[in-house]
Design a protein around this ligand. Structure first.
Ligand code: TXA
Ligand code: MG
Length: 318
């Protein structure tokens, strides 16, 4: 594995190269924002189309403010409540942000991650870094250095920071004057955002889930493992799974099932690793059994969103 320490990662980024970095959500494939060469290499390495924008990672609020001229009280409240952490704010970009990063859009996604190694790296660089998840386009995000190595081999140097604690990508939310729209659900829920706003006297700002009118990054078929994934209710009878599998034209002999833990935090931490681990056994399909709490607890939204996409909508009665 092509592991590098923080000093080497710093040097490589300074030389316009790319490095895989650990974050608390998933690993990112990073390049310095002022380097066209690094930005182009990110898209090329991932096989990502240029129309899908990258998010920019900062080490403090002051650095975030250098990327937008529209930082307002709402941004301050959200950044103070959730940064460093799994919340990406979509704001109008200024001319410090290369249009390559935003795929020509007028907005940029900004996040301050909480992994200490990556924070130290950004601070040392004294510059924001652009980083999408460190996986091939449409595939499962990596939550460990080994996963990154499995995606890209020796070609990508990796700053190993252990397993990602949260395990699914950040909540992506656009900040408007009177509302906040969540385009990608994650650990930071609409409820948590509402609470934070309420505590700071911003209760008039509405918070809702919606789809992005401009960024096509949220494709339906995303996060896919190498073999088909089927989702089932914890109580689905075995027969039902077999029928579903036959309907989907999948061979029945070797289906590997896994029962998700009943805590959404624990489930988030392991879903991607489980998909990878079970895929390696070369089963004809993977079946995930979901706990009944998914129907009532908002904290499951992020996990369910990823699983439904990873299964390419191959789910049963959830
Ligand atoms: O947790 C995360 O967000 C991880 C770690 C590495 O920080 N990063 C990540 O990046 O998941 P990526 O590129 O795989 O996903 C970012 C999402 C994409 O769905 C993209 O379309 C959306 O954020 N996005 C980025 N910039 C946007 C913009 N200007 N407007 C709307 N959506 C945007
Ligand atoms: Mg991604």
């Amino acid at each position: 594995m092509n592991k590098v320490n923080i000093e080497k990662a710093y040097e490589l980024l300074k030389e316009n190269k790319i490095v895989a970095i650990p974050t608390e959500t998933v690993y990112g494939l990073a390049g310095i924002i002022s380097s066209k060469q690094a930005l182009e290499l990110i898209f090329k390495t991932k096989g990502r189309p240029l129309f899908d924008p990258l998010i920019v990672h900062v080490s403090d609020i002051e650095m975030a403010k250098t990327l937008t001229d529209n930082w307002n009280k709402t941004c301050d409240v959200l950044a103070r409540a959730f940064w460093p952490g799994p919340l990406t704010l979509i704001l109008e970009k200024n001319n410090k942000v290369d249009p390559l990063i935003t795929a020509g859009l007028k907005n940029v996604g900004i996040r301050m991650p909480s992994h200490p190694l990556t924070l130290e790296l950004i601070e040392k660089l004294n510059s924001p870094i652009a980083a999408p998840s460190a996986n091939k386009f449409k595939k499962t995000s990596p939550t460990s250095a080994l996963h990154v190595h499995e995606e890209f081999g020796e070609a990508v140097p990796i700053l190993d920071g252990g397993s990602s604690e949260i395990g699914i990508e950040s909540t992506v939310a656009q900040v408007f004057e009177n509302e906040i729209v969540i385009y990608r659900p994650g650990k930071v829920t609409a409820g948590a955002i509402k609470n934070a706003l309420l505590m700071d006297g911003l209760s008039h700002i509405d918070v809702r889930y919606g789809s992005s009118p401009v960024a096509p990054g949220q494709l339906d078929e995303h996060y896919r493992p190498d073999v088909p994934l089927i989702l089932l209710d914890a109580n689905s009878p075995y027969e039902m799974m077999k029928n579903k599998v036959m309907e989907a034209g999948i061979k029945r002999e070797k289906i590997m099932s896994f029962k998700l833990p009943s805590s959404p935090e624990l489930a988030a931490r392991i879903i991607y690793a489980k998909m990878r681990e079970l895929s390696k056994e070369k089963p004809s399909a993977i079946a995930f059994y979901l706990p009944t709490s998914i129907h009532t607890d908002e904290n499951w939204l992020g996990v369910i969103n990823r699983l439904i996409k990873a299964s390419s909508f191959n789910f049963l009665s959830i």
